[in-house]
Design a protein around this ligand. Structure first.
Ligand code: ADQ
Length: 745
């Protein structure tokens, strides 16, 4: 609209100026005409009186002089007459001009002297008049006196004012008409064709064919549109060729790589791009309140760690909550941006939530309700009706945001985690042709445990809107099937491992998630070595045995139990005092939830207490680094640690365990892994522990430290093989293969 105004404004200024100028000349012309008319009238009235006044003055007939003057009293418009004697004295005067006597009239002398008539516009008191004075002479040429005809001119100005009013209202009408016509023309000539083109682009983006939505534009815009149509066509042909080539290549390769996943996506999904939905975004823009510096960080999240390499490999759109305090600064008008920032591979679309929504949906229902409900860690879930309402509202908001993006034909939507249990159903209701998968990154509890949730039915129904539901391990799949069987009216097909409800079938499968087979790869070996030296120097680690923990601070991760186990280990095996240092990297998370807040305080206090208990000549057993670390920062820790402890009390998978193994190219290092993680099913060569059993846990640390290097190497080698074969590309490849098999054509 601003542009339309900028376009119309100069036209309006020019038209108004021209019209005002025209009006000005017209008024001037009218004024001259009226005054001229007035002059002529006054002159002819004075001349018509000449004889009568001559007679009156010759006879000095005052009575008739007054009679003549009084006759003007009845004339229309304000007119008057004054009769002067030969000395210029007034002898008769129309009553309504009585004040005229008082007027100073220096010109009378000149008229007497020159005996020439005088006509002038005069102003006196309230009068605005035209005065015409005619000298009267007798037949012998003797000067007898004068007669003055006075004519009021105010009607002239009234007429001119009226004229100005008419001109102004015509101008206003003209401006309005021009404005309306310009808007109309702008809409017809420019806005509508551009809108049609934009719609066409949108249809093209969504994958609609040209036959269904051909470009109809003519003229210059039509030329532009037809060029775009050609590009679109070539793109489509190129994509088809790529998918055929991809199919051939994929069949040849065995190990899953980024390239193989890319080929699979092209071969299986063809032109249909992938849409990922998750709560956590892969890149978050923040402003450091202290320094004012802008930063782009990768949040500490297993979901991000797993999905990011997949989208880097196959492109697509990732829809997530824009949670960074500077996120809004970095998106375009559609709330999108290309990521990774320096090597754009896919689109991130940010969805904005207000504080109330975030509080109810994320902190409340998702993390105080569903998270403890699904993790067997004895933290009581809290279900509040208000949180549930916010959760439903936010699921709908995400559904709307995803639906806006979906192409016309058979889109693939891949939803992540427990934040979006209702999303599958919401999308399916409006796009039954969409193929939808949900991956559940956390454990699924037993039916008895799940049944305490007041909203269990809606949640299960929402999830069964998806075509495929994935869990990390078979046990979680079994629990889910049992839950649906017991809590919903549905039919479970054990052969196909699916649930049928209202004639809609949902397949349930285990897809153990992983990392990309190596860790980071961005940094060079020499740089990492330098970093390791720096860290060792900073924390006085030279010659020490280094243990490592890397976690989001969460009660499921068993950090407290880990510290207690280290304490017990040092108690039981005091020979390791001053020789063993445990480094704990801990990213604060969900800090607005009391349970997390309390946990942070508990860990702080416990570590402080244990360090105080053992500290000796500058040595302390635990180095606690409580902050978020980038991949580049974590890598040297993984590479220098002699052992890594993952002691989750319950965990869907746990990617830290896999990252540590992936980072150990040198085949040294040992992993102590909780038996309650999903990762424990695959990493059978890790030293597995029950983190609740502090005694056993402490002994396992000692066991690792005593283990011959040969055995450590063998175990690490086997674990690395598992990870490189079952990497995240395979995980995504398996899901996409399943999805493509379900494709709603
Ligand atoms: P999370 O509970 O987040 O994931 P996890 O799988 O261990 O747990 O992944 C954590 C990620 O955060 C790792 O990539 C790790 O490197 C990173 N991280 C940890 N501490 C960090 C720190 N201090 N600074 C920066 N980054 C840090 C959820 C489920 C898991 C499941 C994953 C993937 O709870 O069970 O394995 O999703 O499905």
């Amino acid at each position: 609209m601003r542009r339309v105004f900028l376009f119309i404004l100069p036209i309006l200024i020019i038209v108004s100026a021209a019209f005002t100028l025209f009006g000005f000349f017209q008024v001037r012309f009218e004024e001259e005409k009226l005054i001229d008319d007035l002059k002529r009238k006054a002159k002819s009235v004075a001349e018509s009186m000449e004889l009568s006044v001559q007679h009156v003055l010759s006879a000095n007939d005052l009575k008739n002089a007054n009679y003549l003057a009084e006759k003007f009293e009845t004339r229309e418009r304000l007119q008057g007459c004054v009769i002067y004697d030969k000395d210029g004295n007034i002898i008769a005067l129309t009553k309504r001009f009585g004040d005229w006597k008082e007027k100073d009239k220096p010109y009378i002398k000149d008229i007497i002297a020159n005996k020439t008539p005088r006509g002038e516009l005069e102003k006196f008191k309230d009068y605005q008049v035209y005065s015409y004075i005619l000298p009267i002479v007798d037949d012998a040429g003797q000067f007898l006196g004068m007669v003055e005809v006075i004519h009021d001119t105010s009607y002239v100005f009234a007429r001119l004012t009226e004229l100005w009013k008419r001109i102004s209202s015509t101008l206003i009408i003209l401006v309005v008409v021009i404005f309306i016509i310009s808007i109309f023309l702008h809409r017809q000539i420019f806005a509508l064709p551009v809108q049609r083109l934009t719609d066409w682009f949108k249809h093209f983006q969504k994958g609609e064919t040209d036959e269904a939505h051909p470009i109809r534009e003519k003229g210059d815009l039509g030329k532009l549109a037809s060029e775009v149509e050609q590009v679109a066509l070539s793109l489509r042909v190129a994509r088809r060729t790529i998918s055929d080539e991809a199919q051939a290549r994929m069949e040849k390769e065995e190990i899953w790589t980024e390239a193989k996943l890319k080929d699979l996506v092209h071969a299986k999904l063809g032109e249909n791009a992938l849409f990922i939905v998750s709560n956590r975004e892969p890149y978050m823009h923040t402003i450091d309140e202290a320094t004012g510096l802008e930063q782009c960080i990768r949040p500490a999240s297993g979901v991000v760690t797993a999905i990011h390499p997949v989208l880097c490999a196959c492109g697509g759109t990732w829809v997530a909550h824009g949670a960074g305090n500077a996120d809004k600064k970095f998106v375009n008008s559609k709330d999108k941006l290309g990521v990774p920032p320096k090597d754009i591979r896919y689109i991130l679309k940010r969805v904005w939530l207000d504080k109330e929504e975030e509080d109810g949906y994320y902190y409340g229902f998702s993390n105080e309700g569903l998270w403890p409900l699904c993790h067997n860690t004895h933290t009581r879930p809290v279900f509040r009706e208000l949180d549930w309402q916010a959760y439903k509202k936010v699921n709908q908001k995400f559904a709307d945001s995803v639906l806006e993006e979906l192409p016309v034909k058979h889109p693939f939507v891949f939803i992540q985690d427990y934040h979006f249990t209702l999303l599958g159903k919401m999308i399916k209701e409006r796009r039954p042709d969409a193929t939808i998968a949900l991956f559940w990154h956390i454990p699924w509890p037993t039916p008895e445990a799940f049944s305490i949730c007041p909203y269990r039915k809606e949640i299960l129904e929402g999830m069964l809107g998806c075509d495929l539901i994935g869990f990390h391990v078979q046990n979680h799949c079994n629990n889910f099937l049992d839950t649906a069987n017991r809590l919903l009216e549905s039919r479970v097909d054990i052969e196909k491992f699916s649930i049928v409800r209202s004639e809609k079938e949902t397949f349930v499968r285990a897809f153990p998630i992983s990392v990309n087979g190596h860790f980071n790869q961005a940094a060079k070996d020499a740089d990492i070595k330098r970093e390791i030296d720096k860290i060792k120097k900073e924390f006085d680690l030279e010659g020490k045995i280094i243990g490592l923990g890397v976690d989001r601070i969460d009660y499921t991760k068993g950090i407290v139990e880990r510290v207690l186990a280290i304490d017990r280990f040092l108690e039981k095996y005091p020979q390791y005092k001053k020789k063993f240092v445990f480094i704990q990297l801990a990213a604060p998370s969900r800090v607005h939830i009391k349970r997390y807040h309390d946990l942070m305080a508990e860990i702080d206090e416990l570590i402080e207490k244990k360090n105080w208990k053992y500290s000796d000549s500058g040595w302390k057993p635990i180095v606690y680094l409580k902050r978020h670390f980038s991949l580049d920062e974590i890598e040297p820790f993984y590479k220098m640690a002699d052992l890594c402890i993952v002691s989750s009390l319950h965990d869907g998978m746990n990617l830290v365990a896999k990252e540590y193994v992936a980072a150990r190219k040198d085949l040294s290092g040992s992993l102590i892994l909780s038996q309650f993680t999903g990762a424990a099913r695959e990493l059978v060569d890790a030293i597995q522990v029950n983190p609740y059993s502090i005694e056993e846990f402490a002994d396992s640390i000692q066991l690792v430290l005593q283990m011959p290097q040969d055995e450590k190497t063998k175990r690490m080698e086997k674990m690395r093989k598992v990870i490189s074969e079952n990497n995240v590309y395979r995980w995504a490849g398996n899901i996409i293969t399943e999805l493509a098999a379900l494709k709603k054509v």
